[in-house]
Design a protein around this ligand. Sequence first.
Ligand code: NDP
Ligand SMILES: O=C1O[C@H](COP(=O)(O)O)[C@@H](O)[C@H](O)[C@H]1O
Length: 593
Amino acid sequence: MEHATITMSSSSWARSPTAQVGSSRVSSRVGTAMPPVSVSMRSSRGRNSCVARATMTGGKSAQPSQVSMNGGSPKAAAPVSSNDESSKSASQNGGEVATETTVSITVVGASGDLAKKKIFPALFALYYEGCLPKHFTIFGFARSKMTDESLREIISGTLTCRIDQKENCGDKQEEFLKRCFYHPGQYKSEDSFGELSKKLHEHEGNRVANRLFYLSIPPDVFVDAARCSSLAASSGNGWTRVIVEKPFGRDSESSAELTRGLKSYLKEDQIYRIDHYLGKELVENLSVLRFSNLVFEPLWSRQYIRNVQLIFSEDFGTEGRGGYFDNYGIIRDIMQNHLLQILALFAMEPPVSLDAEDIRNEKVKVLRSMRVLDADNVVVGQYKGHTRGGVKYPAYIDDKTVPKNSITPTFAAAALFIDNARWDGVPFLMKAGKALHKKKAEIRVQFRHVPGNLYKRSFGTDLDQATNELVIRVQPDEAIYLKINNKVPGLGMRLDRSNLNLHYADRYDREIPDAYERLLLDAIEGERRLFIRSDELDAAWALFTPLLKELEKRKISPELYPYGSRGPIGAHYLAAKYNVRWGDNNSDTSDSA
Ligand SMILES: NC(=O)C1=CN([C@@H]2O[C@H](COP(=O)(O)OP(=O)(O)OC[C@H]3O[C@@H](n4cnc5c(N)ncnc54)[C@H](OP(=O)(O)O)[C@@H]3O)[C@@H](O)[C@H]2O)C=CC1
Ligand SMILES: O=C1O[C@H](COP(=O)(O)O)[C@@H](O)[C@H](O)[C@H]1O
């Protein structure tokens, strides 16, 4: 096991340029070697962000998994147990001792939207940043008839370089594309995956061959593709991991069935269920904010927090994805996964360590302490057509792939409660919608009023205006700001509301990586902290399934709201029921941090 040297230059943790990722896991033993800390207030510029990664496992190495193969040819094998990372680095391969490792990444569904939009660009960004191991190969796999060249052409149209590191971008793209290949095949065919496996093997040579399959395909072929990759294309001497995209079912039953299907061919530690919101920088930062700042953790409970708001909005509709969306709706698409995952990280008890299982144990606990949702605590909406400034915006049901009588919600607001000692009685309000006035995702924490506030009169009657509010703006224009009451300078005594503001673009002189970069790198490194474990998933579905069934059974019609508006009025009534005002609807100018 190598250990990364971590140095702290300026006030940011830096990834040491001396360590390597890929063949062996780089980890920092937090607590064993404390970095020197300098207190300069500027972060370093232009540092290669991924020459090494200071991982969060506290020194524990991830357990790789392995499914055996018979002398390089596919064997209809049941998954075997995880083995030890060290045993692989000198494992036997065709009689020779393999000392080098390689990673083969297969994007299953390579012709699709997500692959083009996110996966290949993220892989290139990792390559550009020096995060991929020395030996790697990328394969696209799909049913479409394509050649290596045509795949490269498609990919090259989507690659970009980081703003502050454009040097050699063209050369890097050329090098990267040379390592991308395509294999056409059927998702249900073990023969297709067997053929793919042979091609992978040609590239892997005698190295320890680690294989990552990214299932970027519709959910009805997840299990087939998992079966074929496991049975016909698993690594013979390294680990085999499978990233599965959402949706993970439509309810508790279908999710359990999917998990059963996947687990027939893969062990839990081979399954990487992706929720890309967990890979977003400010979501990753939530635990840092809570657990490494004395000023926050003591306030993190019902004693000081009045309510928490988790808000997601998009300023565009379901354009192009209506077919998928109509079968799921906004509650399944955003709330049950992205917002609930953020809530779990926000509200969990401090984990024993930063190890993936310790964190996921705490997330499961908090999810299991939550009250099951019912229709009285939910408002649903659907966008209708609207004309503004001479531009006509379509209704949801104008989408050709959506039935005209669809009552699928494109907006929902919900009040959730955690029945444990820390959060008893605190409303956690969620709001998610498409075709609203802004694109944003944020967490708002509204604190209680100051008891016996000496300056009460200076606020007038609106005490809500005077409440402290912590805003974690996940996107766009990442920021963390705290609204405080402050004296307006002058001889009088007038208070206003101002922000203590950590605005990322001003503070950090570097691009924020895309969530898929972090998650792909984690999967390559065997870091499961940001992926969803099956018991987490069960707990999440248990909260939402009764509500989803009730909405469908009672055929509850959504409240219509105009495209580009702030959403249905019902969301305000729901919040008012719990004495809450949505923070994002505040006309308060201090909100634009
Ligand atoms: N696109 C996005 O923004 C997001 C997508 N996801 C999830 O990621 C996965 C991939 O999404 P996306 O790329 O948009 O999906 P696509 O609809 O683009 O499908 C991906 C590929 O799967 C194949 N495919 C399409 N329909 C079928 C079918 N009925 N049966 C078998 N194969 C089919 C096609 O390849 P070919 O015909 O060449 O085999 C297609 O290129 C999905 O599970 C989706 O829910 C999650 C979050 C966001
Ligand atoms: O998972 C999904 O996320 C996207 C929003 O992701 P973002 O990173 O762009 O905020 C959403 O548009 C899509 O409907 C949903 O399936």
